[in-house]
Design a binder for this molecule. Structure first.
Ligand code: GLU
Length: 424
C-alpha cells in the first residue's frame, strides 16, 4: 500500500518547486489509491512561522491537494528523543559539546538506489559524523525525517533532487534504527528559461501569487505536472486524467523548464473550457478590484448577461485579470479607447440613424441587431463596413474582438446607445 508525504519546512511561502513536489506525491498517492500525508517540518523553531503554515495550507487547498493525514513535527518530539536515546544507548551516537552526534562508519560506501536516476554511490568518508540533536535539545532535519518516515510507514520518498545529498545520511540512520528503507525518487530540478535554477529572479514563485494574478488552480496543477513528467506530447490535462496517467516511470531525469509564456497559454486553454458560472464567480473580485465597477453595477448587470458576456469575451484572455479587463465593457463605466475615434465625412449621420434604429428595437439579440443595422444603413446607401470599426471602438474600446453583433447584443441596448451617442 503506497504511503507518501509532502514535508515542507514552514519558513516561507509555498513556492513552485515545493508545489511540484507536493503535487507529484499527491498524484502518486491518488493514482495508486494510497495515502498522502502532509507533514509540517517545523523543528527549526527560529525560522518556522505560523503564518507560513497557513500559507502552505492555503496554497495546497487552492490547488486541491487534499491530505489524508496531517502532522506537525514538533508535536512528535517524544518519539524523536526516544529514537535518539536508543542510538546513544547502543553506542551508535555519542554526545559531544552538548550535541548528539551520529557515528558514521569510517570505511565503505553506500549506494543510493534512486527510482529516477539509478544508483548513486557515496563514500562513507565523504559523510563524516553529523549532529542529530543540537545542544539546545532540538532535532536536526536528517534525523527526524527518518524517524518520522519510518514511524509513519512511508513507502516512497519523492522530493526535490536538492535532497539527494542528504539521502546517504538518512539511509545510515534507517539502518541504525533497524527500519526498512523506503524507495527514493529525487525529482529533477526546475530551471528558468535562461537555464538557471528557478528563483525569485524569474518573477513570481509563490503559488498563491499566481492565484492573485488570475491563474486557475487547474492550470497550475496541469503546468506543475509537466515540470518533469510527461505523457507523449499531450500538454492539456484535467486533474482526473493526471490521476489516471501519473506514475514515476514517466518522470524524466533531466531538468524541467519553467516557462511563463506556456503557463499563460495553458491558462487561456483552461479558461476557455471551464464552466462559465464558476468563472463568473472567480472573475468577480478581479472586476470589482481597482476598476470603476461597483457591486451595484454587478448586480444590475444580471448573472445571465454576465455569463453570456464572459463566454463571448474569454477566448483571447490569458488570465482572470485580462478577462476582468475586457468585461468592463458590460458595465456603465467610461471606456478607455485603444485608439482615438475619428468620424469620416457623413459618418455622424449614419451613426445617428443606427442609434435611432437600435433604440426602437424590442429584442436586442444578435440577429435583431444585425438586421436593424443593415436596414438603417441601406437607407443611406451605406455598408456595414463603413461604420463597423468606429461602432466597435465606441462600444468596446477596442479595434478587434468577437463578432460585432454578438458583442453589441451582450453589451446591451442602453450601454450601446449611450456610447454611440457620446460618439456623435
Ligand atoms: N523539510 C524538508 C524540506 O522542506 C523536507 C525534505 C524531504 O522531503 O525529506 O525541504
Amino acid at each position: 500500500m503506497v504511503k507518501v508525504r509532502f514535508a515542507p519546512s514552514p519558513t516561507g511561502y509555498l513556492h513552485v518547486g515545493g508545489a511540484r513536489t507536493a503535487l507529484f506525491n499527491w498524484l502518486y498517492a491518488r493514482h495508486h489509491c494510497g495515502t498522502f500525508v502532509l507533514r509540517i517540518e517545523d523543528t527549526d523553531k527560529e525560522r518556522s512561522t505560523q503564518a507560513s503554515i497557513e500559507q502552505i495550507v492555503a496554497a495546497m487547498s487552492w490547488l486541491g491537494l487534499d491530505w489524508d493525514e496531517y502532522h506537525c513535527q514538533t508535536e512528535r518530539s517524544d518519539l524523536h528523543l526516544q529514537a535518539a536515546q536508543g542510538l546513544i544507548d547502543r553506542g551508535l551516537a555519542y554526545e559531544h559539546d552538548g550535541a548528539w552526534w551520529f557515528r558514521v562508519p569510517v570505511d565503505g560506501e553506500m549506494v543510493v538506489r534512486d527510482l529516477l536516476r539509478g544508483d548513486v554511490t557515496f563514500k562513507h568518508e565523504q559523510l563524516k559524523d553529523f549532529v542529530i540533536r543540537r545542544s539546545d535539545g532540538s532535532f536536526v532535519y536528517n534525523f527526524v525525517v527518518v524517524v518520522d518516515d519510518a514511524d509513519m510507514g512511508i513507502t516512497h520518498v519523492i522530493r526535490g533532487d536538492d535532497h539527494l545529498i542528504n539521502t546517504p545520511r538518512q539511509i545510515l540512520l534507517y539502518e541504525a534504527l533497524g527500519r526498512p528503507l523506503p524507495l527514493f525518487a529525487h525529482l529533477p530540478m526546475i530551471l528558468g528559461t535562461d537555464r538557471a535554477r528557478l528563483s525569485k529572479r524569474h518573477g513570481v514563485t509563490s503559488v498563491l501569487e499566481y492565484r492573485r494574478r488570475g491563474f486557475l488552480p487547474e492550470t497550475m496543477v496541469n503546468f506543475l505536472a509537466r515540470l518533469g513528467w510527461s505523457h507523449g506530447d499531450q500538454e492539456i490535462f484535467t486533474r482526473e486524467e493526471l490521476i489516471g496517467l501519473f506514475d514515476l516511470d514517466s518522470v524524466g531525469s533531466s531538468a524541467a523548464i519553467f516557462d511563463e509564456a506556456k503557463l499563460k497559454w495553458l491558462n487561456q486553454c483552461h479558461l476557455k473550457t471551464a464552466d462559465p458560472d464558476r468563472i463568473l464567480a472567480l472573475v468577480k473580485p478581479f472586476v470589482l478590484d481597482g476598476r470603476e465597477v461597483t457591486e451595484q453595477m454587478w448586480r444590475d448587470a444580471g448573472e445571465e448577461r454576465l455569463v453570456l458576456g464572459l463566454s463571448l469575451l474569454r477566448d483571447r484572455c490569458a488570465t482572470l485579470a485580462d478577462l476582468a479587463e475586457v468585461m468592463t465593457i458590460l458595465f456603465p463605466v467610461r471606456l478607455a479607447h485603444e485608439k482615438e475615434i475619428r468620424l469620416a465625412e457623413g459618418e455622424r449621420e449614419l451613426i445617428t440613424a443606427v442609434v435611432d434604429t437600435l433604440a426602437g428595437l424590442a429584442l436586442f439579440t444578435p440577429d435583431a441587431v444585425e438586421s436593424a443595422l443593415r436596414e438603417a444603413l441601406a437607407k443611406y446607401g451605406a455598408k456595414l463596413k463603413d461604420v463597423a470599426k468606429n461602432i466597435r471602438m465606441a462600444t468596446t474600446g477596442r479595434g478587434v474582438g468577437p463578432g460585432l453583433f454578438d458583442l453589441l447584443s451582450v453589451v446591451g441596448r442602453d450601454l450601446v446607445i449611450a456610447r454611440l451617442k457620446s460618439l456623435i
